[in-house]
Design a protein around this ligand. Structure first.
Ligand code: NDP
Length: 288
Protein backbone atom coordinates (compact mmCIF):
# COMPACT_ATOMS: atom_id res chain seq x y z
CA UNK A 1 0.00 0.00 0.00
CA UNK A 2 1.17 3.55 -0.64
CA UNK A 3 -0.37 6.01 1.75
CA UNK A 4 -2.42 9.06 0.81
CA UNK A 5 -0.22 12.10 1.53
CA UNK A 6 -1.99 14.82 3.51
CA UNK A 7 -0.47 18.05 2.19
CA UNK A 8 -0.13 20.83 4.74
CA UNK A 9 -0.13 23.44 1.98
CA UNK A 10 -3.58 22.44 0.75
CA UNK A 11 -5.12 22.37 4.25
CA UNK A 12 -3.40 25.60 5.37
CA UNK A 13 -4.91 27.39 2.37
CA UNK A 14 -8.38 26.14 3.39
CA UNK A 15 -7.90 27.22 7.03
CA UNK A 16 -6.75 30.68 5.93
CA UNK A 17 -9.73 31.03 3.60
CA UNK A 18 -12.05 30.19 6.55
CA UNK A 19 -10.29 32.70 8.83
CA UNK A 20 -10.47 35.47 6.20
CA UNK A 21 -14.19 34.80 5.65
CA UNK A 22 -14.90 34.96 9.40
CA UNK A 23 -12.81 38.14 9.73
CA UNK A 24 -14.90 39.78 6.99
CA UNK A 25 -18.09 38.70 8.79
CA UNK A 26 -16.88 40.48 11.96
CA UNK A 27 -16.17 43.63 9.95
CA UNK A 28 -19.67 43.51 8.51
CA UNK A 29 -21.41 42.81 11.85
CA UNK A 30 -19.41 44.95 14.30
CA UNK A 31 -17.22 47.20 12.11
CA UNK A 32 -14.20 45.67 13.88
CA UNK A 33 -11.03 44.20 12.34
CA UNK A 34 -9.56 41.32 14.39
CA UNK A 35 -6.12 42.33 15.70
CA UNK A 36 -2.99 40.41 16.73
CA UNK A 37 -0.05 41.77 18.71
CA UNK A 38 3.20 39.81 18.65
CA UNK A 39 5.89 40.72 21.17
CA UNK A 40 9.43 39.72 20.27
CA UNK A 41 12.20 40.21 22.79
CA UNK A 42 15.79 40.12 21.51
CA UNK A 43 17.27 39.19 18.14
CA UNK A 44 16.90 35.38 17.81
CA UNK A 45 17.12 34.91 13.99
CA UNK A 46 14.63 32.01 13.78
CA UNK A 47 12.12 33.99 15.87
CA UNK A 48 12.50 36.98 13.55
CA UNK A 49 11.51 34.75 10.61
CA UNK A 50 8.51 33.26 12.48
CA UNK A 51 7.29 36.73 13.47
CA UNK A 52 7.64 38.01 9.91
CA UNK A 53 5.59 35.03 8.65
CA UNK A 54 2.84 35.75 11.17
CA UNK A 55 2.79 39.44 10.23
CA UNK A 56 2.57 38.53 6.53
CA UNK A 57 -0.26 36.06 7.13
CA UNK A 58 -2.23 38.78 8.96
CA UNK A 59 -1.76 41.18 6.04
CA UNK A 60 -2.85 38.49 3.58
CA UNK A 61 -6.05 37.75 5.52
CA UNK A 62 -7.07 41.31 6.44
CA UNK A 63 -6.17 40.93 10.14
CA UNK A 64 -4.71 43.97 11.93
CA UNK A 65 -1.20 43.21 13.16
CA UNK A 66 1.30 44.90 15.44
CA UNK A 67 4.83 43.64 16.03
CA UNK A 68 6.36 44.98 19.24
CA UNK A 69 10.14 44.65 19.27
CA UNK A 70 11.83 44.84 22.66
CA UNK A 71 15.56 44.78 23.44
CA UNK A 72 17.21 41.56 24.67
CA UNK A 73 17.88 43.20 28.07
CA UNK A 74 14.21 44.10 28.62
CA UNK A 75 13.22 43.55 32.27
CA UNK A 76 10.37 41.31 33.40
CA UNK A 77 8.50 44.37 34.71
CA UNK A 78 8.78 46.22 31.39
CA UNK A 79 7.50 43.17 29.52
CA UNK A 80 4.60 42.70 31.95
CA UNK A 81 3.71 46.39 31.58
CA UNK A 82 3.58 45.99 27.79
CA UNK A 83 1.35 42.91 28.12
CA UNK A 84 -0.97 44.82 30.49
CA UNK A 85 -1.21 47.65 27.96
CA UNK A 86 -2.17 45.19 25.19
CA UNK A 87 -4.62 43.38 27.49
CA UNK A 88 -6.60 46.67 27.63
CA UNK A 89 -6.11 47.68 23.99
CA UNK A 90 -9.46 47.34 22.19
CA UNK A 91 -7.81 46.99 18.75
CA UNK A 92 -5.99 43.87 19.91
CA UNK A 93 -7.88 40.56 20.25
CA UNK A 94 -4.89 38.23 20.37
CA UNK A 95 -1.49 38.55 22.09
CA UNK A 96 1.47 36.30 21.50
CA UNK A 97 4.88 36.42 23.14
CA UNK A 98 7.35 34.82 20.73
CA UNK A 99 9.42 32.08 22.39
CA UNK A 100 12.18 31.45 23.26
CA UNK A 101 12.69 34.49 25.49
CA UNK A 102 16.27 35.71 25.98
CA UNK A 103 18.23 33.85 28.66
CA UNK A 104 17.69 36.52 31.32
CA UNK A 105 13.92 35.99 31.14
CA UNK A 106 13.85 32.15 30.89
CA UNK A 107 13.00 31.65 34.55
CA UNK A 108 10.13 34.14 34.23
CA UNK A 109 8.50 32.55 31.17
CA UNK A 110 5.47 31.15 33.00
CA UNK A 111 4.75 34.39 34.88
CA UNK A 112 5.02 36.32 31.61
CA UNK A 113 2.73 34.02 29.59
CA UNK A 114 0.23 33.85 32.47
CA UNK A 115 -0.07 37.67 32.42
CA UNK A 116 -1.82 37.54 29.00
CA UNK A 117 -5.59 37.94 29.35
CA UNK A 118 -6.91 34.37 28.75
CA UNK A 119 -9.45 35.83 26.28
CA UNK A 120 -6.50 37.10 24.17
CA UNK A 121 -4.24 34.04 24.68
CA UNK A 122 -4.10 32.92 21.03
CA UNK A 123 -1.31 30.41 21.78
CA UNK A 124 -3.72 28.61 24.14
CA UNK A 125 -1.01 28.19 26.81
CA UNK A 126 -2.77 30.02 29.69
CA UNK A 127 -3.94 27.71 32.53
CA UNK A 128 -7.50 29.03 32.08
CA UNK A 129 -7.57 27.85 28.47
CA UNK A 130 -5.86 24.56 29.35
CA UNK A 131 -8.53 24.00 32.01
CA UNK A 132 -11.39 24.92 29.70
CA UNK A 133 -10.10 22.50 27.04
CA UNK A 134 -10.01 19.65 29.55
CA UNK A 135 -13.53 20.55 30.75
CA UNK A 136 -14.80 20.52 27.17
CA UNK A 137 -15.64 24.25 27.27
CA UNK A 138 -14.97 26.64 24.36
CA UNK A 139 -11.30 27.61 24.66
CA UNK A 140 -8.36 28.97 22.71
CA UNK A 141 -6.41 25.81 21.86
CA UNK A 142 -2.69 25.53 20.92
CA UNK A 143 -2.36 25.96 17.16
CA UNK A 144 -0.44 22.80 16.20
CA UNK A 145 -2.79 20.20 17.73
CA UNK A 146 -5.91 22.11 16.68
CA UNK A 147 -4.51 22.23 13.13
CA UNK A 148 -3.94 18.46 13.21
CA UNK A 149 -7.52 17.82 14.36
CA UNK A 150 -9.01 20.12 11.75
CA UNK A 151 -6.92 18.46 9.04
CA UNK A 152 -8.13 14.99 10.09
CA UNK A 153 -11.73 16.21 9.96
CA UNK A 154 -11.38 17.94 6.59
CA UNK A 155 -9.59 14.89 5.16
CA UNK A 156 -12.58 12.76 6.17
CA UNK A 157 -10.54 10.52 8.50
CA UNK A 158 -12.94 8.85 10.98
CA UNK A 159 -12.22 9.78 14.63
CA UNK A 160 -15.31 8.73 16.60
CA UNK A 161 -14.68 5.33 18.22
CA UNK A 162 -11.18 5.02 16.71
CA UNK A 163 -8.03 4.16 18.67
CA UNK A 164 -5.72 7.18 18.78
CA UNK A 165 -2.16 6.92 20.11
CA UNK A 166 -0.06 10.02 20.72
CA UNK A 167 3.66 9.67 21.28
CA UNK A 168 4.73 12.71 23.33
CA UNK A 169 3.05 14.42 26.28
CA UNK A 170 4.17 18.05 26.03
CA UNK A 171 1.83 20.83 27.12
CA UNK A 172 1.89 22.42 23.68
CA UNK A 173 1.33 19.33 21.49
CA UNK A 174 0.80 15.91 23.10
CA UNK A 175 -1.60 16.72 25.91
CA UNK A 176 -3.89 19.14 23.99
CA UNK A 177 -3.90 16.72 21.03
CA UNK A 178 -5.15 14.00 23.38
CA UNK A 179 -7.89 16.27 24.77
CA UNK A 180 -9.06 17.24 21.28
CA UNK A 181 -9.25 13.63 20.07
CA UNK A 182 -10.98 12.56 23.29
CA UNK A 183 -13.57 15.30 22.79
CA UNK A 184 -14.24 13.78 19.34
CA UNK A 185 -14.84 10.36 20.96
CA UNK A 186 -11.59 8.65 20.06
CA UNK A 187 -10.14 6.17 22.56
CA UNK A 188 -6.88 7.87 23.41
CA UNK A 189 -3.54 6.59 24.72
CA UNK A 190 -0.63 8.94 25.44
CA UNK A 191 2.89 7.48 25.31
CA UNK A 192 6.13 9.01 26.61
CA UNK A 193 9.70 8.12 27.39
CA UNK A 194 8.67 5.72 30.20
CA UNK A 195 6.15 3.78 28.10
CA UNK A 196 6.91 0.07 27.99
CA UNK A 197 6.54 -1.95 24.76
CA UNK A 198 5.93 1.22 22.75
CA UNK A 199 5.65 -0.53 19.37
CA UNK A 200 2.88 -2.81 20.70
CA UNK A 201 0.91 0.26 21.74
CA UNK A 202 1.50 2.27 18.56
CA UNK A 203 0.51 -0.74 16.41
CA UNK A 204 -2.99 -0.54 17.92
CA UNK A 205 -3.50 3.00 16.60
CA UNK A 206 -5.97 3.88 13.87
CA UNK A 207 -4.63 7.43 14.28
CA UNK A 208 -0.99 7.75 15.34
CA UNK A 209 0.40 11.18 16.24
CA UNK A 210 4.17 11.52 16.65
CA UNK A 211 5.36 14.53 18.70
CA UNK A 212 8.66 13.28 20.05
CA UNK A 213 11.41 15.45 18.55
CA UNK A 214 13.56 12.50 17.38
CA UNK A 215 14.34 11.99 13.67
CA UNK A 216 12.56 9.00 12.05
CA UNK A 217 11.66 7.62 15.47
CA UNK A 218 8.44 5.94 14.24
CA UNK A 219 9.37 3.04 11.98
CA UNK A 220 7.18 0.90 9.72
CA UNK A 221 6.98 -1.98 12.24
CA UNK A 222 5.34 0.43 14.74
CA UNK A 223 2.39 1.21 12.45
CA UNK A 224 -0.80 -0.75 11.77
CA UNK A 225 -1.67 -1.31 8.14
CA UNK A 226 -3.98 1.46 6.94
CA UNK A 227 -3.46 3.75 9.94
CA UNK A 228 -3.39 7.54 9.64
CA UNK A 229 0.00 8.89 10.75
CA UNK A 230 0.40 12.54 11.74
CA UNK A 231 4.02 13.65 12.04
CA UNK A 232 4.40 16.76 14.20
CA UNK A 233 8.17 16.46 14.58
CA UNK A 234 10.55 18.95 13.01
CA UNK A 235 14.18 17.82 13.25
CA UNK A 236 17.06 19.56 11.49
CA UNK A 237 19.57 16.85 10.54
CA UNK A 238 21.71 19.08 8.26
CA UNK A 239 21.78 22.84 7.60
CA UNK A 240 19.15 22.56 4.86
CA UNK A 241 17.55 19.18 5.70
CA UNK A 242 14.47 18.78 7.89
CA UNK A 243 12.94 15.41 8.78
CA UNK A 244 10.00 14.45 10.94
CA UNK A 245 9.63 11.97 13.78
CA UNK A 246 8.35 9.37 11.29
CA UNK A 247 10.38 7.37 8.79
CA UNK A 248 8.26 8.72 5.93
CA UNK A 249 9.43 6.43 3.08
CA UNK A 250 9.02 3.16 5.01
CA UNK A 251 5.85 4.14 6.90
CA UNK A 252 4.17 5.33 3.66
CA UNK A 253 4.20 1.69 2.52
CA UNK A 254 2.13 0.63 5.56
CA UNK A 255 -0.05 3.61 6.50
CA UNK A 256 -3.35 4.61 4.89
CA UNK A 257 -2.61 8.35 5.15
CA UNK A 258 0.46 10.28 6.29
CA UNK A 259 1.70 13.86 6.65
CA UNK A 260 5.12 14.69 5.15
CA UNK A 261 7.92 16.75 6.74
CA UNK A 262 8.52 19.35 5.48
CA UNK A 263 5.20 20.27 3.86
CA UNK A 264 2.87 18.82 6.48
CA UNK A 265 1.75 19.87 9.95
CA UNK A 266 4.35 22.69 10.14
CA UNK A 267 2.42 24.67 7.53
CA UNK A 268 -0.83 24.48 9.52
CA UNK A 269 0.42 26.28 12.61
CA UNK A 270 0.40 29.88 11.31
CA UNK A 271 -2.95 29.28 9.59
CA UNK A 272 -4.43 28.05 12.89
CA UNK A 273 -2.99 31.09 14.66
CA UNK A 274 -5.00 33.24 12.26
CA UNK A 275 -8.11 31.20 13.12
CA UNK A 276 -7.40 31.66 16.84
CA UNK A 277 -7.16 35.45 16.42
CA UNK A 278 -10.53 35.48 14.66
CA UNK A 279 -12.04 33.12 17.27
CA UNK A 280 -10.73 35.36 20.08
CA UNK A 281 -12.25 38.42 18.39
CA UNK A 282 -15.59 36.61 17.87
CA UNK A 283 -15.76 35.61 21.55
CA UNK A 284 -14.76 39.07 22.81
CA UNK A 285 -17.23 40.87 20.54
CA UNK A 286 -20.09 38.48 21.36
CA UNK A 287 -19.56 39.17 25.09
CA UNK A 288 -19.92 42.97 24.71
P1 NDP B 1 8.94 17.97 23.91
O1 NDP B 1 10.40 17.78 23.90
O2 NDP B 1 8.33 18.98 24.84
O3 NDP B 1 8.22 16.57 24.17
C1 NDP B 1 8.70 15.40 23.58
C2 NDP B 1 7.90 14.24 24.12
O4 NDP B 1 8.41 13.05 23.51
C3 NDP B 1 8.01 14.06 25.63
O5 NDP B 1 6.72 13.85 26.18
C4 NDP B 1 8.90 12.83 25.79
O6 NDP B 1 8.57 12.01 26.91
C5 NDP B 1 8.55 12.05 24.51
N1 NDP B 1 9.65 11.12 24.21
C6 NDP B 1 10.97 11.39 24.12
N2 NDP B 1 11.65 10.26 23.86
C7 NDP B 1 10.75 9.26 23.80
C8 NDP B 1 10.85 7.86 23.60
N3 NDP B 1 12.03 7.25 23.40
N4 NDP B 1 9.71 7.13 23.60
C9 NDP B 1 8.51 7.73 23.78
N5 NDP B 1 8.36 9.05 23.99
C10 NDP B 1 9.47 9.81 24.01
O7 NDP B 1 8.55 18.31 22.39
P2 NDP B 1 7.31 19.09 21.74
O8 NDP B 1 6.03 18.41 22.05
O9 NDP B 1 7.45 20.53 22.01
O10 NDP B 1 7.68 18.89 20.20
C11 NDP B 1 7.76 17.60 19.62
C12 NDP B 1 8.22 17.74 18.19
O11 NDP B 1 7.28 18.51 17.47
C13 NDP B 1 9.55 18.49 18.02
O12 NDP B 1 10.23 17.94 16.92
C14 NDP B 1 9.14 19.91 17.70
O13 NDP B 1 10.10 20.61 16.94
C15 NDP B 1 7.88 19.66 16.89
N6 NDP B 1 6.92 20.75 16.91
C16 NDP B 1 6.37 21.11 15.72
C17 NDP B 1 5.43 22.10 15.66
C18 NDP B 1 4.83 22.42 14.33
O14 NDP B 1 4.42 23.51 14.08
N7 NDP B 1 4.74 21.45 13.45
C19 NDP B 1 5.01 22.84 16.85
C20 NDP B 1 5.56 22.32 18.07
C21 NDP B 1 6.49 21.31 18.09
P3 NDP B 1 8.79 12.52 28.44
O15 NDP B 1 7.63 13.45 28.70
O16 NDP B 1 8.70 11.27 29.24
O17 NDP B 1 10.11 13.20 28.48
Amino acid sequence: MTARVLSGKEFAAKFKEDAAKRARALEAKYGVTPGLAVIIVGEDPASQVYVRNKDRACAELGIYSEVIRMAADTTKDALLAKIDELNYDKRIHGILVQLPLPEGLHAEEKAILDRIDPAKDVDGFHPVNVGKLSLGEPALVPCTPSGCLKMLELAGIPIDGQRAVIVGRSNIVGKPMAQLLLAKNATVTICHSHTKHLAEVTREADILVAAVGKPKFITADMVKSGATVIDVGINRIAPKKLVGDVDFEAVSEVAGAITPVPGGVGLLTVAMLMENVVTAAELQLAEK
